[in-house]
Design a protein around this ligand. Sequence first.
Ligand SMILES: Cc1cc2nc3c(=O)[nH]c(=O)nc-3n(C[C@H](O)[C@H](O)[C@H](O)COP(=O)(O)OP(=O)(O)OC[C@H]3O[C@@H](n4cnc5c(N)ncnc54)[C@H](O)[C@@H]3O)c2cc1C
Length: 396
Amino acid sequence: MYDVVVIGAGPVGSQVACRLAGMGYSVAVLERNTRLGEQVCCSGIVGRECANSFSINGGVVLRAANSARLFSPSGRMIRLRRDEPQAFIVDRAALNMELARRAQEKGADYVLSCLCRDVVVRDDKVRVETVSQGKSLHFEARAAVVATGFAPGLTEKLGLGRSGDFVTGAQAEVSACALDEIEVYFGSEIAPGFFGWLVPTQPERALVGLLSRHSPGLYLRKLMSSLEAEGKIVSDGANITYGAIPLKPLPRTYTDRVLVAGDAAGMVKPTTGGGVYYGLMSANLAADTLGKALETDKLSADDLSGYERKWKSELGRELQVGFWGRKLYERLRDRQVDKAFDIILSDGVLDALLGSPDVSFDWHGEAVLKLVGHHAVSRVLRVVRAPLRLSRIGSN
Ligand SMILES: Cc1cc2nc3c(=O)[nH]c(=O)nc-3n(C[C@H](O)[C@H](O)[C@H](O)COP(=O)(O)OP(=O)(O)OC[C@H]3O[C@@H](n4cnc5c(N)ncnc54)[C@H](O)[C@@H]3O)c2cc1C
């Protein structure tokens, strides 16, 4: 019997496994794919704070980014630039493999081609039911961590519910001609309520993608055609991949002997859909809570509830403000977005935002509140009473 079975060998599962194995616990990581880093759908942009906190460097980093160009629906352009790199574009498959390597080095076992079907919680253990190469196989452990990414099946079976909102991302790898900055595109014709992106990765290569509540593939093909017409990319035969992204946390992220972390728990920036950093943060909080509980063999839901209190105190406000900002943005018409761009460009707002130390790639809540709190921007966005209510959130 293992101390902990972790379900899912994405960045979050491997981070949980690494930390628990480092505390001396026996850990098995179960992954449905046949290889680590397989079937990854992600642009791989992580902020500087994330890269520093989790030592994401060296071979997995494709390039650093200290600027980005944002395009409004009618083509107005804002250039965000700071002197220091604000983010890093990483090879996501390589990141998955690197984090798994670190966990294996600490002693975690990896079982590939192993699809987890159910987690049965008993008084003294969990029994994880899987199918591996056509055969039923089960694993027993004192506790389990669900790190399956956005896959509501298991969390629903465990009585933890599902994330209240999600969006689908679509992405393709293309050839890019002389692209040296991240580009972001807004507008209802491009990605209604969300945005599209073009991210340089390796020389002459880029990822083009977008988020949309409906027809993401259709919108992406349209975006690729227009970027191709502008001469920015060549998308011949590009293969589109899809991934669902939760926009709200699970109603509950713990039960007897089980914790849920990362995308599976909805630990994602609702503004952009970026989930690597908050996922890794939740992985550490889950591992620390579980590590203590294993030590005293107190693994009831009550004993594990501290995990949810901790992530709420670190991320709760950010997730709520971000979700509120996201819903506000989704209601805007293209002309309001254009107007907001005009104000940001003309009224010193951009400099104020860039100059503010509490506005960063990894934390968007303050930027959202600063923007809607700006009188001219809020007039355009028609924001009513938001910040007062939001100022109390995150205190639960
Ligand atoms: C198009 C797109 C672009 C994105 N770009 C960014 C970005 O630039 N920056 C960023 O921070 N985030 C980005 N994200 C989000 C990011 O990919 C996720 O937040 C991140 O991968 C979450 O990590 P995770 O370990 O929780 O889940 P995942 O990375 O999804 O890993 C879960 C693992 O569990 C395995 N698994 C699932 N179910 C089972 C099962 N039943 N049994 C066994 N194994 C199972 C899966 O095969 C997978 O390997 C993007 C997402 C999309 C869709």
